[in-house]
Ligand binder design. Structure first.
Ligand SMILES: [Zn+2]
Length: 78
């Protein structure tokens, strides 16, 4: 079973998103996808924009609703 860590690291930061490569001045998130597959090196991102983190965690159908709810903004880890 896989699990992920996604958390907000800054309420306001100037950065370039590591997934979409867009320059952002907004909330910044950190994301790590874990896996128990042997020798699989999990992806680890430290500068992710809101759109990308919600898409990565919740997928194409849910992410807009979850972003509006701000669920990742409240939790330290998912
Ligand atoms: Zn992005």
């Amino acid at each position: 079973m896989d699990y992920n860590v996604a958390k907000m690291v800054s309420h306001l930061a100037s950065f370039t998103c590591q997934i979409c490569y867009k320059p952002r001045y907004n909330k910044m998130y950190e994301y790590q996808a874990y896996s128990y597959v042997p020798r699989y090196k999990p992806e680890y991102f430290t500068k992710i924009c809101g759109d990308c983190i919600y898409k990565a965690v919740f997928g194409g159908n849910l992410w807009k609703k979850k972003k509006k709810e701000g669920v990742l903004d409240e939790m330290l880890a998912l």
